[in-house]
Design a protein around this ligand. Sequence first.
Ligand code: CMP
Length: 143
Amino acid sequence: HSGVACHLIKPDGVLRNLTAEVINRFTRKGFKLVGLKMVTPSKEHLEKHYADLSSKGFFASLIEYMQSGPVVAMVWEGDNAVKTGRVMLGATHPKDSAPGTLRADFAIDIGRNCFHGSDSVESAKAEIALWFPEGVNSYKHPL
Ligand code: CMP
């Protein structure tokens, strides 16, 4: 494989039962799920995850939103996992995301956009280390 990406189903996505939809889309596309967990992240954990946004006016509300319930964290493996994952998630603001993408199909509000995806290979690495410090489960398909 030539890539891994870390994606999150945010609390609003979990509450709206979108977990299966997301896993189904990425699996059908051909990506391999090598990390999966449900967590209720601490404030400190989220401040690390969103460290690059700490100067933004919406930072506090973003952290609060991300703590409003459990989050599903996933690691997907496959060619161009980050780039293709971003295409499948759609633009951050649901008003700009293309029809058929997850955010276009399931979200309206940028502050409640249901999903997070790694935005670069470097941030994917950092996010996997943060959300899966125990490591992921790489395996070969028997076929
Ligand atoms: P995400 O892909 O998790 O990356 C950063 C997050 O910040 C983004 O999705 C949104 O949830 C949030 N965000 C970005 N811009 C804004 C904004 N203008 N107002 C509120 N939240 C925002």
